[in-house]
Every structure is written in C-alpha cells, then in structure tokens.
Design a protein around this ligand. Structure first.
Ligand code: 1YM
Length: 651
C-alpha cells in the first residue's frame, strides 16, 4: 500500500459539539450501558481503522481505577500538523469537529483512507475529560474537558484546555494514546463492563486477522488481562462458534477476494444442527438484520451447490433442485465485506441496503466456491454438505408428502388452536401486550387480574418444545408453539412478517427458579431461531415478579431482589413479616396485577440480541448437547433474580 500523506485539507466541513450533549441519543443510541460502551468503541474503531489500513499491529485497551478508559495503538499517530482552513491541529479537528449532519449512525464513511475520526469527537463531547498523546518521534499532547459556565449558564463540551503541544520529549514509540472519563451527568452508569469490552475486542480480533488486542482491567486488586489475536481471522471465528458442536468436517472453507471495489470474505463450516447460523458484517459492523451481502451469499451458495449436485448426479434429471434452506441446515458461516458509502436500513438500521453489494457477493461466492468444489470435489467436505442437504430435503419432502407441513400451516391460520389464549379487546397492536405465562394456575390469576382492554394471556402447560434440536416441521407440529405463532400473527422463519404482529409487547412471565429460567431460555431460543426480527426490534420482554412481600397490618410492600428487600424492611419498620414467593402461582389476581402486570408499577426487562456470535454460544451452551457445559454454566450463573446472560438490559 502506498502511504497516503495526510493532508489536513481533506477533512470535511464540520460542525460544533454542544449538539451531542443536548441529544446524546442521536449520536450513541442511548445513555445506558450500551451508549457508554459505544463511546469506547468509537476510539477503538479509529485504532482498528489504522490497523486495517496496514499501519498498526497492536491495540491495547485498559479500564482504569479512576473510571476512565484508555486505548493505545502503534500506528502513524493522529496528524499533528495544522489544518490549512481551520487553523487548528489534526488532533484538535478529530476530537472537536463533528461531521456535518452526524447522526447516530456515523459509520457510513469509507472503509480505508478518507474520512475517519467521525466518532472520536462524540466521545470527547460526552466525557468529563479526554487526553491524547501522539508518538511521532517526540510526544505530542493535548487535553480536553467539559464544564459548566455559571456566568453564561452554558455547558461547554470537549473544549481544548490548550492547543496541541509538542513536549519535545523523544520517544521510540509510534502511535496514538487516548484516555477519557465518561461524564457521569450524561450516562446512567459509567462503569465499563469487563465482559462486554472483552467480547467486543474478541470479535474485532476475529474480523481483523493478525491484529493483537489486549484488555487490562486495572480496577481489580490484581489486574486482569486478556489478549486476542487470530491468525485465521473469521476461520477461527467459525471454529469458536462451533467449538461445542459436532462438526461435519474439521477445517472451515475460507475464501476472500474483491469484486467491483468491494472486499469480501467468508468462512463456512457445517455441524449436525438443524438450524443455520449466518453472521454478517459490513466494515466490521455487525448486520444482524442481514441485507444485500447476505442475500447475495445465500443465493451464490445455493447456486453452486445445486450445480455441483447436478454435475455429480446427486440430483438426477427428474429431481427438483434443492432449496436454499436445505443447503443452510447446520451451516455456520461468517460473511464479512468492506465497502464504501454504506447505507443501513431496517428496524434497527442494521441491515445492509446497498444494492450493488448483492451481485458482488453473489458472483464472488459462486466463483470461489466453484473453485473450491473443483479442487476438493471428491473430498469429505463436499460429500458432507451434499449428505446434509439430502437429509434436509428428504425431511422437508416427507413432511410435505404427508401433508403435515401444509396441515400445520393451515392450522396456524385457523383459530382452533387459540383455545387457551385469552385475547384482549383492543385492536391496536402498538398498545397490546401478550403475556406468556408459566403454568395454568398463574395463567388463571393473570386472566383474572389483567386489564383485558390491552392485555392478552397465553398460559403454557409444562415446558414448550426446545426447538434447538428440531426441524421446522416438528416446530410446526408442536401445539404449544403453534398457539403462540398464531396468536402473534406474524408467521415464522422465511414467511415471518413483522407488519402482521398483533402485540407490540410480548412478555414472558415465568417463575424465578431453575425451571422458569429453562422456560425463558426455550422461548427466547424459539424467538431467536424463528422470529429474530422481534428481538432485533425490541418486542420481547421478561416480566419481573417480586421475590418478597413485606407486610405489617394493612401495609404491603414488594421487593424484587435482596437489596430492595433490606430497603423495604427499613421502610416498613419493626413488626414486619416477610413472605418469599416461590412461584407466580402463589399470587392472587390482584397481587399479580399490582406487582407484575400493571404498567404503572411493574418492571420489565427488554431483551435484545447482544451479538450473533455471543447469542449462538449461549444458546448452544444452554440448550445444546453438552450437558456438562450447561450444568457448569448454570451453576456459575444461577442467579435467577437476573435474566439469563444472553440478553441484556435496555431501558
Ligand atoms: C487510540 C485511538 O485514533 N489512531 C489513529 C487515528 C488516525 C490516524 C492514525 C491517521 C489517519 C490518517 C492519516 C488518514 C486518524 N486520523 C484522522 C484524520 N487511535 C487512533 N491513527 N494519519 C493518521 O486517515 O489519512 C482521523 S483518525 F482525520 F486526522 F486524518
């Protein structure tokens, strides 16, 4: 690569920072935990870009005792020369100037060269202070801070304390160091979560092969350190996702190349699972809603494998082609592309909209897999894929021939299966809520206690089917799930249509014990596998019944965890009594309404998909084959006051 000299004049016309403070949500999505970590990713992103452009090989992140976080890379260092038009240093531009029209989604800049640093100014704007050091022969330093001016009654964000200074101190190091302290008056929490940061850096390491990322937690007694570096890149990613699964061949298929200026790479491995796991990225940003690159990849995969099946006479002349879904049964694939001018679409703006990405990805997938098949034609890999597809197609055809599938599909449209559902009177999906309640007795209380205008109740008898190990026809045969599907109105899998959703809040209400946790896992897995857009759009919630009732004479208080219990005991004072709820069934309709269902007083947790790989891993741990792993996980994380770990709290 030829080194493009930085020309400070390249940086586009930019605008001021106060806007970020006024509407942080516009720039970082939320001011909760997700938003807090987002401002760290902005700095990490710049370091990663520097590595992706071939100038840095290592990134070090540390979570410091004083609540700050620092990121250091060994790249070229942010430009220190003076911007000819703005008359300030490159460093100052990067940390004080917002890209004109900067919105929450500020990742649509070009992937190499060109405009970077769009987000670093957002981090600065939302920090109490931020310090930068650039190592370019000598150490350059600059500091910014945010403060309230009592005289003008104005808040100032990310203001330079002084211009960039060359300390003249010699250094052998190269690169950039950034340290910042998130502003406690902006964020609901300012504590970085080691696990969240660690998982993010691991994902970054998979997507940037050979890049070394280190995370140090300085906040603990003895510093905790993790290091990630994957020479295999997304091949290692696939192996990691499949580590507890039964693989059909040991080494993932891997292809990389470039078509029409779009860089494309993918890695594929098959397991004995019945579902597919395709995780896609654009410019290292996850696209859980898929989009053009995923569509192109799937189309290419189907075409090559059908052609191969014909050529090898696995499909006879009279046979119909395999369907795409047949070739995706048991697949684990990562598709990662890099392109300019990315456009995001979809409910959560995580779907790639650029039409040109589709033919590029499709033609690349076709060409590279054809090549792979030609070279490895008679090998175990193609054989395994063909056998898997034959199995999937056979099951699909058998189900169809027996009219089972069509029957169950009709059944889904009929209202006969809705017998147990107590629907609500209101006709506005945006206002309606569906409670999925564990057990008939709690279901009964919920039916009596609810506000039937907008709350519908679906009681579950026993445990629903664990879909993790089932094909779609078995899912459709399961009465419990059929009722749920028809109640929601959306259909499932390829036929899923979010426009038809009848309840915008779907609330899982299960006991705070191990069985309840299992039921939550099973239901969430079902939503994850067959109705993922519901999770992506934030329609799924976990109801939080109280764990304790504290009472004295007529006075009644409820506590949802042990900390709250102490507070409530103090509130009620001497002579109190405590009842510990073992299950929802112990509450009468009125209590259930007051504590768990009344929008005025209940608390709900919204479930969101953290990232594809993480959800995959947890689902296979919680519901897959490996019982030892599951037991170990449950005993380590068995805090049923909290929601299972693969879902994260959003306000
Ligand atoms: C710890 C965070 O920000 N590293 C970093 C940032 C930049 C460069 C190098 C860089 C980019 C370019 C030229 C270029 C940035 N520069 C800019 C801007 N690490 C961290 N390392 N020279 C150096 O893209 O041409 C924005 S980010 F805009 F000033 F060029």
């Amino acid at each position: 690569m030829t080194e493009k000299r930085y020309d400070a004049g390249d940086i586009e016309i930019l605008e001021g920072l106060e806007a970020v403070r006024v509407r942080p949500g516009m720039y970082i999505g939320s001011t909760g935990k997700t938003g807090l970590h987002h401002i760290l990713w902005e700095i990490v992103d710049n370091a990663v870009d520097e590595a992706a452009n071939g100038f840095a090989t290592e990134i070090r992140v540390s979570l410091n005792k004083d609540g700050s976080a620092s990121v250091e890379d060994n790249g070229r260092g942010i430009p220190t020369d003076i911007h000819p038009k703005m008359k300030i240093s490159g460093v100052e531009v990067v940390f004080t100037q917002l890209h004109a029209g900067g919105k929450f989604d500020n990742h649509n800049y070009s992937y190499s060269g060109g405009l970077h640093g769009v987000g670093a100014s957002v981090t600065n704007a939302l920090s109490e202070w931020l310090k930068v050091e650039v190592y370019r022969g000598t150490v350059y330093r600059m500091e910014f801070h945010s403060y309230y001016d009592a005289e003008t009654k104005k808040y100032h964000s990310g203001k330079p304390v002084a211009p960039l200074t060359n300390t003249r101190k010699k250094t052998d190091k190269k690169g950039t160091y950034v340290c910042f302290k998130p502003d406690a008056s902006v964020f609901e929490t300012t504590r970085f979560d080691f696990d969240v940061v660690s998982r993010h850096l691991k994902e970054v390491a998979f997507l940037n092969k050979g890049l070394k990322l280190t995370l140090v937690d300085e906040r603990t007694e003895s510093p905790q350190t993790v290091e990630y570096c994957y020479e295999g890149g997304i091949r290692d990613f696939v192996l990691d996702i499949n580590k507890d699964k039964t693989k059909l061949f040991p080494t993932p298929i891997y292809c990389s190349g470039e078509v029409d200026g779009i860089k494309i790479e993918f890695a594929i491995q098959y397991t004995d699972a019945y579902t597919d796991t395709i995780i896609s990225y654009v410019n290292n940003i996850p696209t859980p809603e898929g989009g053009m690159h995923e569509v192109g990849f799937k189309a290419g995969l189907t075409k090559v494998l059908n052609d191969y099946a014909r050529k090898e006479k696995i499909l006879k002349e009279k046979d119909e082609n395999f369907l795409g879904e047949d070739f995706r049964e048991g697949i684990t694939a990562i598709v990662s592309i890099k392109m300019k001018n990315v456009q995001f679409e979809g409910q959560t703006k995580t779907k790639l909209g650029n039409p040109e990405a589709r033919p590029a990805t499709e033609s690349f997938t076709v060409a590279s897999l054809q090549n792979f098949a030609a070279e490895r034609g008679s090998g175990v890999v193609m054989d395994a894929i063909m056998k898997k597809a034959q199995g999937a197609a056979k099951a699909r055809l058998a189900a169809k021939n027996a009219k089972e599938l069509s029957r169950s599909k009709n059944a889904i449209e009929s209202i006969n299966t809705l017998g147990k559902l107590a629907s609500c009177r209101g006709k506005k999906p945006e206002q309606n809520e569906l409670f999925i309640v564990e057990g008939d007795s709690a279901g009964g209380s919920a039916k009596q206690g609810r506000d039937s205008l907008f709350q519908a109740i679906l009681p579950l008898r026993g445990k629903p089917l664990n879909v993790e190990k089932k094909r779609i026809n078995q899912v459709l045969e399961n009465e419990e799930l059929r009722t749920l599907i028809s109640a929601l109105g959306t259909g499932i899998a390829e036929k899923f249509d979010i426009e038809k959703l009848k309840y915008h809040k779907i609330i899982i209400l299960a006991d705070a014990d191990q069985d309840g946790a299992h039921i939550r896992s099973i239901l969430l897995t079902f939503f994850y596998r067959y109705m993922k857009p519901l999770l992506a759009a934030g329609h799924i919630y976990i109801g939080m019944p109280p764990l304790y009732k504290i009472f004295k004479k007529d006075r009644v208080e409820y506590a949802y965890d042990d900390k709250e219990l102490q507070a409530k005991i103090e509130l009620v004072g001497r002579g109190y009594q405590i009842q510990r709820y073992k299950g929802l069934g112990e509450m009468n309709p009125k209590q259930l309404w007051e504590t768990t269902m009344d929008p005025e007083s209940r608390s709900l947790m919204r479930v969101s998909v953290e990232d594809g790989a993480r959800s995959e891993e947890l689902i296979s741990t919680l519901l897959g084959d490996n019982i030892v792993l599951r037991k170990q996980y449950i005993s380590e994380h068995a805090n049923f006051n909290k929601v299972d770990e693969f879902i994260k709290l959003k306000k």
